[in-house]
Design a protein around this ligand. Sequence first.
Ligand code: TTP
Ligand code: MG
Length: 242
Amino acid sequence: AEKKGRVEFRDVTFKYPGAEAPVLSNISFTAEPGKTLAIIGSTGAGKTTLVSLLPRLYDVASGDVLLDGVPVTKMDASEITSRVSAVPQKPYLFSGTIEHNLRFGKPDATDDELWDALETAQAKGFVEEKSSGLNRRIAQGGTNVSGGQRQRLSIARALVTKPNVYLFDDSFSALDVATDARLRKALKAKTRDATVIIVAQRVSTIADADEILVLDNGRIVDRGTHDELLETSPTYQEIVES
Ligand code: TTP
Ligand code: MG
């Protein structure tokens, strides 16, 4: 069967409600199942805004956002939720157990599925280190868990739902470089059929992506692989050197 999860942005322009100027202009790209698309750019460039348009946190002003050829504006919220898993830049954990938090998107997941997701997200050791295991309590907002653990639990939660599309908004930034690399290697093995879109700050996180979009001031200023961009993109070179 054909793989699902093809994401296409067609000439998308977006303004926040009440704002004068668009924060995204003429955004066009395609992200294919089995591939990783990365988005990089300075703070305020519009990366979070861009990835929020697929799960329809906001709707576009003009242009189209399509999932397997269907505009997301024509899809049920429940269908989008089951097919697209977004790990937000500021991941949220609920007051409740780790299990409760992990099952959020898929209440009928088995314990094996939860542990498998935790292993991929490099969070298994953290959950095993207390005898309460999956029943460990998380405080509201995840305040009794470190930023890096919050990110990993949030990544595990996304993995449990086995979506067609993963959106990781700066999800690896609180991890040390070695954990970041281990996590992404495990992730790659587990998400072979899915479309993966990664927003990143660090070039090392996305150097192996199939395509990288360089976003600046709401526009895609350059695109290509890491090696291509090193040759062609002054903006990318600046990010590499920063
Ligand atoms: P973002 O899309 O948040 O920019 P970013 O994700 O690239 O930045 P960072 O690397 O720091 O995560 O913001 C783009 C512009 O949109 C910026 O001028 C702030 C504005 N904005 C709003 O007006 N309302 C919002 O809810 C958000 C998220 C951004
Ligand atoms: Mg952001």
